[in-house]
Design a protein around this ligand. Structure first.
Ligand code: FE2
Length: 324
């Protein structure tokens, strides 16, 4: 999205202030904003269309600017909001930023200060737009992958949901959980580079075919490597087929050499694979699959993570449609 496409809404009860904002933005090559004179009208605009930036006055009759900020963020949590006010106390500014406003400028303002605030709001809006675009790209890739391998239907999303639950029980913080969530969703994306005949083969794989399959964690990591916000997820993706005893791939890591994120994904990935129909066998029951995870503790799986999975399995399955 470029600057001419930015959609800006201005709410101010003072016609002079509305005109001033339009004139400043116009002089600097910004797109012409839509202006409204109160919060109610602003909210009805926000409900009908997508907007990138809201500029609002704090002191307006009927609905105050801070009330508008709260309601506007309920409608669109991604909205960037610049608040202007004649009552420029520090307390006001702090309260508004806590509420989720992007920036705050006291009136009368300097044109350059106003433009600097608008630049901050624009940078934020463009960043949000980019992340949304990437999410859509990732979703499109997953749809492509899962349509190619009929046994993967819904696997990525199920592994993500269970990995996040198990990650919570393993004591990960919010940032780690976010990285885990992306890693678990994308762990098999590299299978997009493996031929469908191999992915969907009935019966045992030849050595060559197995070698090909074993390349998928590195291919997954290569696909996501250029994407900045997926950097913290790389290790989880690359090592999701390592085994605790060192017999896994791609690097044959052992024990705690394997990133924790990957040890978590390994357990829920194996569980989901066992409880789904695959080309080479039918689905196992949940009870059987849990028993297999228990048996694999200390050889295939991190024993602590496998025990947590066993202990909290009911909560972990809660978000899932696991059939007994
Ligand atoms: Fe995999």
């Amino acid at each position: 999205m470029s600057m001419p496409d930015l959609k800006i809404l201005v709410a101010d009860d003072d016609p002079g202030a509305r005109e001033l904002i339009c004139a400043i933005l116009d002089a600097e090559g910004w797109p012409c904003p839509t202006t409204v004179e109160d919060g109610d009208v602003a909210l009805s605009h926000l409900g009908k269309d997508h907007w990138d930036i809201l500029v609002t006055d704090l002191d307006m009759p009927r609905m105050r600017g801070d009330e508008l900020v709260l309601h506007a963020l309920e409608v669109d949590p991604d909205l960037s909001i610049v608040v202007t006010t004649g009552d420029g106390t520090v307390g006001n500014a702090v309260d508004l930023i806590k509420m989720g406003a992007t920036d705050f400028i006291p009136k009368p303002y300097d044109v350059d200060d106003f433009l600097a605030s608008m630049e901050r709001a624009k940078t934020r809006a463009l960043g949000i737009h980019e992340v949304k675009g990437m999410r859509q790209t990732v979703e499109a890739l997953l749809v492509a992958l899962e349509s190619k391998d009929r046994y993967l239907n819904g696997h990525s999303a199920r592994v993500r949901d269970m990995a996040v639950k198990l990650g919570e029980f393993s004591g990960l913080d919010r940032g780690q959980l976010r990285a885990l969530s992306h890693a678990a969703l994308l762990h098999d994306i590299g299978k997009i580079g493996v031929h469908e005949d191999v992915l969907n083969k009935n019966g045992p794989l030849t050595d060559d075919e197995y070698d090909l399959i074993k390349k998928h964690p590195r291919m997954s990591a290569d696909i996501i490597a250029p994407v900045l916000f997926l950097q913290p997820s790389l290790a989880g993706v690359l090592h999701h087929h390592e085994k605790w005893d060192g017999s896994g791939y791609p690097d044959g890591l052992t024990g705690e050499q394997i990133p924790l994120m990957a040890r978590i994904i390994a357990v829920v990935d194996a569980f989901d694979a066992m409880t789904s129909d695959r080309s080479y066998r039918g689905a196992m029951t949940v009870v059987e699959a849990v028993a297999r995870i228990r048996e694999g503790a200390g050889t295939q799986f991190d024993p602590r993570i496998a025990a947590l999975f066993d202990q909290y399995k009911d909560e972990i399955f809660e978000s899932e449609e696991v059939t007994q």
